[in-house]
Design a protein around this ligand. Structure first.
Ligand code: GLN
Length: 210
């Protein structure tokens, strides 16, 4: 693939930061608000923001079904924070009847850390990288359970994170399932571009090897 088309879902949330992160890696990125723009994507980033608002706007703008279809057809997708919620097949503590795009075989608890504390930062060991990733969490979800096709990339050890009381296990905060990548935190607010580069590597892999 020459230069891939990277879309950032631009209904709500921290769209610009993701566009800038991708462009700092030398790849053009564009905002996605319409179904034709979904179809142009070789990879789609679903940003942080507010998942309840984002899903309503996705329906209003007519991109909910195109994105679901894209994911089902193997479109690489990177969801951060609210974006991770949007990718979850199963949601806990969602708003009444809250829908998602789905595709990620995981149970995500919304505002999971936020019940104890609104935001915090942690240095996370990642299976993908030699050095830890400095992660910024803002009213963040965590993952409580994953299906067999999901690789856990990083967790917050109980000792390092808030909210240990009711969930006495490490909290999963980064996963990959084939061409889907999701983090509880906001890699786009940091100078560290390794996760965006990893996503571009996924997008560049030939379909049959994903
Ligand atoms: N709590 C938000 C939600 O439920 C996510 C927060 C974020 O993306 N920073 O969508």
């Amino acid at each position: 693939m020459t230069s891939p088309n990277i879309g950032v879902l631009a209904l709500q949330g921290d769209v610009r930061e993701h566009v800038q992160a991708i462009e700092r890696l030398g790849v053009r990125a564009f905002g996605v608000r319409r179904s034709e723009e979904v179809d142009r994507c070789d990879g789609l980033i679903v940003p942080g923001g507010e998942s309840t608002t984002m899903i309503k706007l996705a329906r209003v703008f007519g991109v909910l079904e195109p994105i679901r279809r894209g994911i089902a057809d193997g479109l690489p997708v990177f969801g951060t924070c609210a974006g991770m919620i949007m990718l979850a097949d199963r949601l806990r503590d969602g708003a009444d009847g809250q829908e998602t795009f789905g595709g990620l075989d995981a149970t995500v608890r919304r505002n999971a850390f936020g019940r104890q504390v609104d935001s915090f930062e942690a240095d996370l060991d990642f299976t993908l990288f030699d050095d830890p990733v400095h992660a910024v969490f803002i009213r963040a979800p965590w993952i409580e359970e994953v299906g067999p096709g999901v690789d856990v990339l990083a967790s917050v050890p109980i000792a390092d994170g808030p909210g240990s009381g009711d969930h006495p296990t490490d909290r999963i905060v980064a996963v990959q399932q084939g061409p889907m990548l999701a983090t509880s935190f906001h890699p786009e607010v940091d100078d560290d571009l390794r996760l965006h580069r990893h996503f571009l590597d996924i997008v560049s892999e030939p379909l049959e090897t994903r």
